[in-house]
Unconditional design. Structure first.
Length: 270
């Protein structure tokens, strides 16, 4: 297969977002790292308060697409883009966009858990302190609310002022999720959040992801197709920088529209 033989975004039907309003609209979006064409004419809609999984082989553009949503790719030298990404109808690439404010609305959880060398409490309130929040009652409320939402409160409530680095790997990742949601974002972007975790910790984070969609829109990059099947409402398959297929997860896994998708899902991909 070559990029020219893959289905084009314009050939695809509207993405499945049953019962959900569109919060993110990716419209014929392309991205280059220097001369390397990493994303090619990607169009999809992401539904509010759903879990959308991005799957595909290494180097297909999953993480690049994820980081394009809140413009984290701007930190890489030589980036060039075409097309649009809109958050609630407004272009995130428009001139004058407040990128810091954008990233508060779309928080990122990274592949490797990265708690700061501070207390559990200070990790959670970090973003609030950056915004200038000093009121103890507000900070205390945010800590309990965020840790409860991250299914971590009962495990750490008696040691909030101990170092976050003393937590297990799974606890650290849930702490990073709590830190990400403390500022009340609209969207939670997760770049392979379970890849460094053992199966038990992975299961807990997956359960958490399902719970989080009650209040947040979640977009997750994963290499684990079983994980996508377990947690995602909608799944998108990318290959060679193109969006090949997107749809309801059950439909995509059981009745893929394109041979390329079926080949990847069944391990016959070449």
């Amino acid at each position: 297969m070559t990029p020219d033989t893959l289905p084009r975004a314009s050939d695809l039907p509207p993405p499945a977002t049953p019962g959900a309003e569109t919060i993110i609209d990716v419209d014929h979006f392309s991205l280059w790292y220097g001369t390397s064409h990493a994303l090619k004419d990607v169009s999809m809609r992401i539904g509010s308060r759903q879990v959308t999984a991005l799957i595909g082989p290494s180097g297909c553009g999953k993480s690049t697409l994820l980081r394009s949503l809140n413009r984290l790719n701007d930190l890489v030298e030589g980036i060039r883009t075409e097309g649009e990404v809109r958050l609630r109808g407004k272009s995130v690439y428009a001139r004058g966009t407040d990128v810091i404010a954008l990233r508060k609305r779309m928080s990122m959880v990274f592949q490797k858990q990265n708690p700061f060398p501070k207390s559990i409490y200070e990790n959670v309130v970090f973003g609030l302190r950056v915004d200038g929040e000093k009121r103890r009652a507000v900070l205390d409320e945010a800590v309990e609310r965020s840790l409860r939402a991250a299914a971590l409160w009962d495990e750490v409530k008696d040691r909030l002022h101990q170092s976050a680095l003393e937590l297990s790997g799974g606890q650290q990742q849930r702490l990073c999720i709590a830190r990400a949601i403390a500022t009340k974002p609209e969207v939670l972007l997760m770049d392979e959040p379970c890849s460094a975790l053992d199966p038990i910790a992975t299961s807990r984070v997956e359960d958490l992801i399902i719970d989080l969609k009650t209040d947040y829109t979640v977009v997750i990059v994963t290499h684990n197709m079983q994980q996508a099947a377990r947690v995602a409402d909608v799944t998108a398959f990318l290959y060679l920088g193109r969006l090949v297929e997107v749809g309801e997860t059950t439909q995509l896994f059981e009745r893929p529209r394109f041979a390329e998708t079926e080949a990847y899902l069944t391990g016959r991909f070449s």
